[in-house]
Design a protein around this ligand. Structure first.
Ligand code: SF4
Ligand code: SF4
Ligand code: SF4
Ligand code: FES
Length: 966
C-alpha cells in the first residue's frame, strides 16, 4: 500500500479545505421532521431547524459568511450572509434564520451584492492591506470573502480611527494574536465557550472599541489552556499558529491520529514537503469532531527533536560508552545475545514489554515474536500498571474487556458519575464534550479525594456531589452506594431478571444489603458523610440515563479489579448499560491502551482476549504462525523484575515503554534491569530504561509510520506515515527484522498486512482492514459479519458473555496504612500539558506550563510542618525518599498530598510501593503512606540519579541539557 495516496492536493481557498469537507456555516440538526424549500430555484429538503445558510451550502450554493462556522451556534453579527425571502420584509441573515416549508429564498441578487460589498468594504478599511506578505495569504476567509463579493476597491482610507497599531500578543508559545487583523466576529470567543468550555476570552468595549480580550493581560496569563479552538475558528490571520508564520502555508495534508491520550483525536498533518507545518483537528474525527487539546494540536515537535537517537547503538556493559552501529550489526548482535541467553538459561529467561504508545500492529508483531519466535508467553504491556483491572473486571462481569459506549453517548446522559478520573487534564477533548452536556443540565457526581479541574476551574459548572473520599476506600464507597440502591428499592429488577445471572445478583444483593455496607457504617472509613452518600446514590439510580466514567483512581489500587466489578454491578443493577447515555466507561490513559490489550500483549491472552490455555485458540495460532505455542501463561512485568533480581530472568526486549520511570518502586526496577544480561530498548529517546540497556534500537515517531491506534471507546483509527522515518525503519519492521534474524521469519510488506493477519485470527476484528478504515475513517470493534461497520454501543440486547454476572465485592482495606511515622497519604495524577512520563511533552514548549512536578499539600498540613509555598520538602515512604517543591492548596484534603510524575528527576515512583491489585498486579500508585518534612537538598536517590544520568548521556555522546528539558 502506498501512503502517498492519502495526500490531498492543495485547495487554494480556505483552511477548512483540508478537512475533506465544506464548512456548512451552522451545525447539523438531528430532527426527523423534514422541511422542503426553494433556494435560488433549487428545491431542497433538510431536517427541521436547519439554517437557510446550511441548506444553501448543502445544495451547493455558496452564501458569503464570516461570523458563521458549522462548529459553532450561529451568531449573526457580520451581516454578510443576508438573503431575500419572498413574502418577507428586509434581508434576514441566513445563518440565524431557520428553514420553513415552502420558503422561496434568493441568495444572489443585485441588492444583496451591493449590501455585501459595502459590508466588506467597511471590514477591509480597518484591516492592514498586507495580504501578499501575510502568513495566511491564500488561506484566509476574509480574503476569500472580499473576492467572493467582488470587492475591487475600498473607498475609505485609514485616516480615521482604526485598530492598525494594536499590539500583538505573542505570549502563547504556539500561537500569535494580532488584533490589528481582528474583525471582531467573535468566533474565537464562542469557540472557547462552546467547543472548549473554558471561557477564557471576552469581547471587551462596545461598538468600534470592541476587541477580543484574553484575561486581564494576555493569553498566557489568562485561563486559556491552549486548546487551539479559537485559532481553528478564526477566519483571519489574527489568531495563527507560529509555525505557519515561520514555515508558510501548508501544501498538502494527511489525516492521522494523535499519539497522546486515549481520546484518539483525528488530525490533519498539514505539510510542506516532509515538514509538518501544523496539526489541525479533523472535523470528521469520530472521537473529536474537530476539537483538540494543547498536546495533539501543538506539542508534536518532539518528533523531530534533536534529542532523538536515529542510529542503533550497542555496548557490552551499562558502564561502557555506547557504540553506534549499522542496523545489520545491531540486529545481528541482538539476535546473537538472545540466542546465547536462550541456549544458556532457557527460553523462560527472555521476555518482552510493549507500550500503549505502540500501534496495534507493533504490539501484535512483538507478542508474536515472543510467543512464536521464542515459544514463551513472557510478554506484558504498560497496561499492567494502569488499566489491567479494567480488562479483568469488565471481562468477568460484562464479558468484554472494554468500555461500553462512544464518547458521543455522553450527550444523552442525565447523570455523569466520574470516579477517580480527571478528564480535563487526562482526556481534555472528551472533557470538553462532557462539560457541554453538563452546561445543558446533566447532573454531576464526582468521587475523588482531590478537587479536579472539572469543577475547580470550569466556569458555569458545579458538581451536584463531590464525594471527597479517603484514598484507598473506593470499594467501600461503591458498596455504600449499592447498599442504598438495593435497600431503597432502586434496583431495576426486570432488567436484572432478563439480562443477568439471577443467582449472582441475589448473592450480591444480599451482600450489599448488610448493615455493614450501609453508608452509616462506612461513612467514617470513606470520609464522606452518610447523607451525602445516600443522596448521590439516589441521584445515580433515579436521575435518568446515568453513565460512569472512571480512570486510574479506580484501577491503581490493591482492590482495583474489585472496584471495576463493583462499578459494573451497580450499572447492571440500575439498568444503566446497553443503550446511549449510560454505561461503564474506562477513560484509558495512553493513546493505545485499549489496542495494546486487544492485541494480546498480556502474558495469558492471545489477541482478542483468548486465554493461552484454550486449545482451540492455540491450535488456530499454531497453524497460522507455524510454531508450537506454550499453553502456560507467561511472566508479568513484576515477575520478570523479581526473577531478574533472583537470577533466572536475563533478557528483555522493551518496545516504547519506560519501566524505569513509569513502574512503581524505581529502585527495585533499576536493580532488576542492572541484573539482566541483555536489555534491548526500542524508543525515540535515550529514556530512563535505556540507561540500563545494552542494545538501543532507535524507533520511529507516529508521523513516520503506518498502523492503527484504538482509543478508549474501542475506536480503531489510522495512523498514517507523513514523513520518512529518521531512523530508517518503522517499528514493526525492526521487530520483524529481529525475528527473522532469530530464525523466525516475519514477512510483511506493509502494516496493513499485519492488520489483515490480526483480522483473520481475531473474531472481533474480522471485518477490519486498512481499506475499510480509509472508507469509514475509523471503526469501533467488534467489527465482523454481524457488525460490518463496527459497534458503537455494546451489550445492547445481551451482554457479550450472555447474561451479566454480579460479583460480591468485599471491601478489604489496603495494607498501606498511615502511621505515626507516615501520617499522610500520597496520591498521584497527571496534568494537562504533560503526558505520562513526559518523554514527548518535556521536549516541547509545553514545559512553559509545567516544568517541574510539585507536591500539593493542604494549608493545615503545611502549617503543622512549618512549610511555606515553594519550599523543598522531603517525602519519605516505606519504599524511599524524594524531594519536591511545595504547592499549598485546599484542593487536597488534610491528610492527603498529591503529585504528578512527568519528570524523571522527581522520582515519584521512588516512593510508591510494590503493593498491587490482587487480580492483575496493577500497582497501588494511588495510596502511599508518607511523611513530609522541610529539607534543603535533594534526596540520596536524586543525587545518584543526577550523576548516573549525566554519565549515561555522556556515554551516548549527548549533552545533558539538550537531552532533557528544552
Ligand atoms: S480573533 Fe479572529 S475569530 Fe476572534 S474575533 Fe478576531 S477575527 Fe474573529
Ligand atoms: S486556545 Fe482554547 S482555551 Fe485558549 S483562548 Fe483559545 S479556545 Fe480558549
Ligand atoms: S485529547 Fe488526547 S488525543 Fe486529543 S489532542 Fe489531546 S492528547 Fe491528543
Ligand atoms: S455569517 Fe451570518 S451574520 Fe455572519
Amino acid at each position: 500500500m502506498d501512503d502517498i495516496k492519502y495526500s490531498k492536493p492543495v485547495n487554494e481557498q480556505s483552511r477548512t479545505s483540508f478537512d475533506d469537507q465544506v464548512d456548512y456555516g451552522t451545525p447539523a440538526q438531528a430532527s426527523n421532521v423534514l422541511v422542503t424549500l426553494t433556494i435560488d430555484d433549487r428545491e431542497i429538503t433538510v431536517p427541521e431547524g436547519t439554517s437557510i445558510m446550511r441548506a444553501s451550502i448543502l445544495a451547493g450554493i455558496n452564501v458569503p459568511k464570516l461570523c458563521a462556522t458549522d462548529s459553532l451556534e450561529p451568531f449573526g453579527s457580520c451581516r454578510l450572509c443576508l438573503v431575500e425571502i419572498e413574502g418577507r420584509r428586509g434581508y434576514p441573515a441566513s445563518c440565524t434564520t431557520p428553514v420553513a416549508p415552502g420558503l422561496n429564498v434568493h441568495t444572489q441578487t443585485p441588492k444583496l451584492a451591493d449590501i455585501r460589498r459595502g459590508t466588506m468594504e467597511l471590514y477591509i478599511s480597518d484591516h492592514p492591506l498586507d495580504c501578499l506578505t501575510c502568513a495566511t495569504n491564500g488561506d484566509c476567509e476574509l480574503q476569500d470573502m472580499a473576492g467572493a463579493v467582488g470587492l475591487r476597491e475600498v473607498r475609505y482610507g485609514y485616516e480615521g480611527e482604526n485598530h492598525l497599531k494594536a499590539e500583538k500578543d505573542e505570549s502563547n508559545p504556539y500561537f500569535s494574536f494580532d488584533p490589528s487583523k481582528c474583525i471582531v466576529c467573535s468566533r474565537c470567543v464562542r469557540a472557547c465557550e462552546e467547543t472548549q468550555g473554558t471561557f477564557a476570552l471576552t469581547i471587551s468595549g462596545r461598538g468600534f472599541e470592541s476587541k477580543v480580550a484574553a484575561g486581564i493581560t494576555n493569553f498566557m496569563d489568562s485561563e486559556c489552556v491552549s486548546c487551539g479552538a479559537c485559532v481553528q475558528a478564526c477566519p483571519t490571520a489574527t489568531l495563527i499558529e507560529k509555525t505557519v508564520i515561520e514555515a508558510g502555508t501548508p501544501e498538502h495534508s494527511v489525516t492521522t491520529t494523535c499519539a497522546y491520550c486515549g481520546v484518539g483525536c483525528s488530525f490533519n498533518a498539514e505539510m510542506k514537503g516532509e515538514e509538518v507545518v501544523r496539526m489541525t483537528p479533523n472535523k470528521n474525527g469520530g472521537a473529536n469532531h474537530g476539537h483538540s487539546c494543547v498536546k495533539g494540536r501543538f506539542a508534536w515537535g518532539y518528533a523531530t527533536h534533536q534529542d532523538r537517537i536515529t542510529t542503533p547503538m550497542i555496548r557490552k556493559n551499562i558502564n561502557d560508552p555506547w557504540q553506534a552501529v549499522s542496523w545489520d550489526d545491531a540486529i545481528n548482535y541482538a539476535a546473537s545475545e538472545l540466542n546465547r541467553i536462550n541456549a544458556q538459561y532457557g527460553k523462560d529467561a527472555i521476555g518482552g514489554i510493549t507500550s500503549s504508545r505502540c500501534t496495534n500492529e507493533e504490539v501484535y508483531v512483538t507478542q508474536k515474536l515472543l510467543r512464536a519466535g521464542f515459544g514463551v508467553n513472557n510478554v506484558d504491556t504498560c497496561a499492567r500498571v494502569c488499566h489491567s483491572p479494567t480488562g479483568y473486571g469488565l471481562k468477568q462481569t460484562l464479558g468484554e474487556s472494554a468500555g461500553t459506549q462512544t464518547f458521543d453517548s455522553v450527550m444523552a446522559s442525565d447523570v455523569i458519575f466520574i470516579i477517580g478520573a480527571n478528564p480535563t487534564d487526562g482526556h481534555p477533548v472528551f472533557a470538553s464534550q462532557m462539560k457541554r452536556r453538563l452546561r445543558e443540565g446533566a447532573k454531576l457526581i464526582i468521587a475523588d479525594p482531590r478537587e479536579i479541574d472539572m469543577v475547580a476551574n470550569s466556569p458555569h459548572l458545579r458538581a451536584d456531589f463531590h464525594l471527597k473520599l479517603r484514598p484507598g476506600t473506593n470499594v467501600a464507597l461503591i458498596s455504600a452506594i449499592a447498599h442504598v440502591v438495593v435497600t431503597e428499592g432502586l434496583v431495576d429488577e426486570a432488567f436484572v431478571q432478563e439480562r443477568c445471572e439471577w443467582d449472582s445478583f441475589v448473592a450480591w444483593r444480599d451482600f450489599v444489603a448488610k448493615a455493614d455496607n450501609s453508608p452509616e457504617a462506612l461513612a467514617t472509613e470513606i470520609g464522606v458523610d452518610a447523607a451525602t452518600l445516600r443522596a448521590a446514590a439516589r441521584l445515580y439510580a433515579t436521575g435518568g440515563n446515568a453513565a460512569i466514567y472512571y480512570g486510574l483512581g479506580v484501577t491503581e489500587h490493591s482492590q482495583g479489579s474489585t472496584m471495576v466489578m463493583g462499578i459494573a454491578n451497580l450499572a447492571m443493577a440500575t439498568a444503566n448499560v446497553g443503550r446511549e447515555g449510560v454505561g461503564v466507561n474506562p477513560l484509558r490513559g495512553q493513546n493505545n491502551v485499549q489496542g495494546s490489550c486487544d492485541m494480546g500483549s498480556m502474558p495469558h491472552e492471545y489477541p482478542g482476549y483468548r486465554h493461552v490455555s484454550d486449545e482451540a485458540t492455540r491450535s488456530l495460532f499454531e497453524a497460522a504462525w507455524g510454531r508450537p505455542l506454550s499453553a502456560e501463561p507467561g511472566l508479568r512485568i513484576p515477575n520478570m523484575l523479581d526473577y531478574a533480581i533472583e537470577g533466572s530472568f536475563k533478557a528483555l526486549y522493551c518496545v516504547g515503554e519506560d519501566i524505569a520511570q513509569s513502574d512503581p518502586d524505581t529502585q527495585h526496577v533499576t536493580h532488576a534491569l542492572e541484573s539482566m544480561e541483555c536489555v534491548i530498548v526500542q524508543d525515540l529517546f535515550l529514556n530512563e530504561t535505556a540507561m540500563y540497556a545494552h542494545i538501543f534500537f532507535p524507533g520511529a515517531s507516529f508521523l513516520e509510520k503506518s498502523g492503527t491506534f484504538t482509543n478508549a471507546e474501542r475506536r480503531i483509527s489510522p495512523v498514517r506515515r507523513v514523513m520518512t522515518p529518521k531512523n530508517g525503519y518503522e517499528d514493526w519492521e525492526i521487530t520483524a527484522m529481529l525475528s527473522s534474524a532469530m530464525g523466525y521469519e516475519m514477512k510483511y510488506n506493509h502494516a496493513s498486512e499485519i492488520m489483515d493477519e490480526i483480522a483473520a485470527l481475531t473474531p472481533t476484528f474480522s471485518g477490519v482492514s486498512f481499506k475499510k478504515l480509509d472508507e469509514l475513517g475509523s471503526i469501533q470493534w467488534p467489527c465482523n459479519d454481524e457488525n460490518p461497520n463496527g459497534t458503537p454501543t455494546m451489550h445492547i440486547d445481551e451482554f457479550v458473555r450472555g447474561k451479566g454476572k454480579f460479583f460480591v465485592t468485599e471491601y478489604v482495606p489496603t495494607t498501606e496504612k498511615v502511621s505515626g511515622k507516615y501520617p499522610l497519604i500520597l496520591t498521584t495524577g497527571r496534568i494537562l500539558s504533560q503526558y505520562n512520563v513526559g518523554a514527548q511533552t518535556r521536549r516541547t514548549k509545553n514545559v512553559s506550563w509545567h516544568h517541574e512536578d510539585l507536591v500539593e499539600i493542604h494549608p493545615h498540613d503545611a502549617a503543622e510542618r512549618g512549610v511555606k509555598e515553594g519550599d523543598w520538602v522531603g517525602i519519605n515512604s516505606r519504599a524511599g525518599e524524594t524531594v519536591l517543591r511545595v504547592k499549598i492548596t485546599d484542593r487536597v484534603q488534610p491528610g492527603v498530598i498529591y503529585t504528578t510524575f512527568h519528570h524523571p528527576e522527581s522520582g515519584a515512583n521512588v516512593i510508591t510501593t510494590d503493593n498491587s491489585d490482587w487480580a492483575t498486579n496493577c500497582p497501588e500508585f494511588k495510596v502511599t503512606a508518607v511523611q513530609v518534612t522541610r529539607v534543603n537538598q535533594l534526596s540520596d536517590w536524586q543525587q545518584h540519579y543526577k550523576s548516573f544520568s549525566e554519565a549515561q548521556l555522556a556515554f551516548a555522546g549527548r549533552d545533558q541539557d539538550a537531552a532533557r528539558v528544552e
